[in-house]
Design a binder for this molecule. Sequence first.
Ligand code: BJ8
Length: 428
Amino acid sequence: MADPMETYGEMWQDLGMNLRAHCALLDAIPKMYQSAYLSQENRPEAMSYFDFVVSEIHGLRIKELMEHKEAGGKVVGTFCLYVPEEIIRALGAIDVGLCAGAEWGYNEVEKLLPRNTCALIKSFVGFKLDRVCPYVESADLVIGETTCDGKKKAYEILGEMAPVYIMELPQMKRPEDFTLWRSEIDRLVAQLEELTGRKLTLENLKAATREVNAKREALQRLNNARKAAVVPISGKDALLASQVAFYDDVPRFTEMVNEIADELEARIAAGQGVAPADAPRVLVTGSPMAIPNWKLHDIIEKAGAVVVAEEMCTGSRYFDTLTDETPETLEGMLDAIAQKYLGINCACFTPNEGRMDDVVRMAEEYGAQGVIHYALQFCTPYQMEAHGVEKASRKAGLPVLRIDTDYSMEDIGQLQTRVEAFVEMLGD
Ligand code: BJ8
């Protein structure tokens, strides 16, 4: 394989990246990928597309972003599911998800942020401080949102290093909260029209909505296949598809995920699975798992279980509902977008009963025998909401294991022991 520095070094340099630190980061990913992904047996062949995407994680896609910028287009970075990608796309910009999933530059980060900040926030601040993420460096604008307190305050710090725009997200779902959120969507439109120099129209918004919905439908197809008695794809591979959805080219990604879904449907018909039919089935719920955070899925599946669903932002919360494409006015389309996004069940909301209902409903639909609640350490919303998830799951007869962890590998042994005991209990 060609040396990535030879192929992309100049591009990374032009982006102002810290090449030495970036090389160290890029060196770490293939080892993690080999251990978590390439060591799997009997993977769907079409997953080779994702092997390629990961091998080019900071290469080919960044080159595409640069070409888009050279042609006058804009790149917009986002950190949260609530930022409507339909609007960004409709205005000709490319939306990339920036949530960082690797421990990086903590020594410097902890001079700015308290040590007891969640790994996701520390990671994105570390990536920016050390200039190792070409997605952040290529963004013309970063859109943040008022979700958890840690993110809100970290965006103020990020704003000292990059252009940041904040959407105010309500924390409840009453009619007056919808009114506030709807006005925030209008503010976002104005901001993005100014950035892109384009006008939002009914036509461009409908076209973008169709494309984004098609991506969600492809992910729904892939995930539906996981409901089969003999599961045709590992949880790790399904998680990877959700992670890549945040930054890959939308039509290409949709096509490739539909190809995987074709293969999975054929595998189901042939009774071909990635795990034995009696492997315990687990639903994972909680904080998002940003790429390359594959730690918990890897532990669960190496313990002999199969993850059949993720109730998380890198999972069902991203694709399980579509935006209504039928309104025939621009205002109507923006109402539909506001509604779709306010329907997401993030733990930053109170009350958030919809999430408990989703966990129980999904466990039934996907045939999960147990629930693993995953929260990043110091993620107050998810760590506290674990109580409600546990209560609702136990009421539905589902055993629950609560895991609070971070991106480091220090607790691997302890997590393996706890997960193995849980999987064994499910198998009894
Ligand atoms: S919609 S989950 S992407 S806010 S892990 S930074 S919550 S302390 S990421 Fe999230 Fe949007 Fe909600 Fe999804 Fe804070 Fe928790 Fe850290 Fe988090």
